[in-house]
Design a protein around this ligand. Structure first.
Ligand code: GLV
Ligand code: MG
Length: 313
């Protein structure tokens, strides 16, 4: 796994088609935590091979500041995967943090990528293990195997839900991915989101929700993103810079929650270390070690996103 990117935030994960010089040039100007340059579904088959050199050039020539930088290669059931990895990882240099593998069906898909990356890194003079992996779950088979997939390689940094391909895989009667997939008494995605979250967290991975296709409706995006955020997801894909801005807000704790979490940590420390008590009152709430763990996760999330205690005062 890439040590540089491992602990960076991924609230907004901006997708950019690797075949478009214009979109590639614009991508670093968007306020996104994470950028991935796509060689898969946003690139036409006739452009797949030519897009590799454009992506290499964009990684090397543009200023990507601190954000996590990733390339999405084509899936193993296409003719392009190995060429994508050899050409892009072999030539992009150390700024490339991760490779995203779409349509992962089983652990061996990730293991195969890990082995290929090791050879490519050696030949390119990169440290072995430098390039991390993101695995996309977007089929029923991938979901069934998500636990072994999440444990398949130490390079794994994130597990990512791909709702559009997934809806096709399970025969869901929808033509787009919008806020309605989260409405109604029960939706298949309730189970899917929870299952991916558990498998990712059990293996210490970032857990990311996929795209929202009605790109002009930012209010509806906010709702859908809030559903994933309420589960505990770390972030979601953005297809436009405007979507990225909404996601940065939705996946950051509010200043009020951030400050309260710090206050809980202080109160818990005082209770355990000065007063010798494991559970105490904090306002009208009882807090104990589990409350401190929750508070700690909000503080860590907020700090990763650049928040400071009391900054709203
Ligand atoms: C993303 O790749 C999706 O299929 O939703
Ligand atoms: Mg997909």
């Amino acid at each position: 796994m890439s040590q540089r990117s491992r602990n960076l935030p991924r609230r907004s994960c901006l997708s950019t088609p690797g075949s478009s010089d214009r979109f590639l040039a614009k991508a670093p100007t968007a306020a996104a935590d994470f950028s991935f340059l796509d060689l898969e579904d946003s690139v036409a088959p006739s452009e797949k091979v030519a897009a590799r050199a454009k992506v290499v050039n964009a990684v090397r020539a543009l200023d990507w500041d601190e954000r996590v930088l990733c390339v999405r290669v084509n899936a193993w059931d296409t003719p392009w995967t190995y060429g994508d990895v050899i050409e892009v990882v072999g030539q992009a240099g150390p700024r490339l943090d991760e490779v995203m593998l779409p349509k992962v069906r089983r652990a061996s898909d990730v293991v195969a990528l890990d082995l290929l990356l090791t050879q490519v890194e050696r030949n390119a003079g990169l440290e072995v293990g430098h390039v991390g992996i993101e695995a996309q779950i977007e089929t029923a088979e991938g979901l069934n195997n998500v636990e072994e997939i999440c444990a398949a390689s130490p390079r794994l940094e994130s597990i990512v839900f791909g709702p559009a391909d997934f809806a096709a895989s399970i025969g869901m009667p929808v033509t787009t991915i919008d806020e309605t997939i989260h409405q109604g008494p029960s939706t298949p995605f309730t189970y899917v989101l929870a299952k991916i979250l558990m498998a990712g967290r059990a293996n210490g991975l970032h857990v990311i929700d996929g795209p929202f296709l009605k790109v002009r409706d930012l209010g509806a995006l906010r709702f859908a993103a809030s559903v994933a955020a309420a589960y505990g997801y770390d972030g979601k894909w953005a297809l436009t810079p405007d979507q990225a801005q909404v996601l940065n807000e939705v996946f950051s704790p509010s200043q009020e929650l951030f400050d309260k979490s710090y206050a809980i940590l202080d109160a818990y420390e005082r209770a355990t270390e000065v007063e010798g008590m494991g559970a105490v009152m904090f306002g009208d709430e009882m807090i104990d070690e589990a409350s401190a763990k929750i508070a700690h996760s909000f503080v860590a999330r907020g700090e990763r996103a650049g928040m400071r205690r009391g900054a709203g005062a």
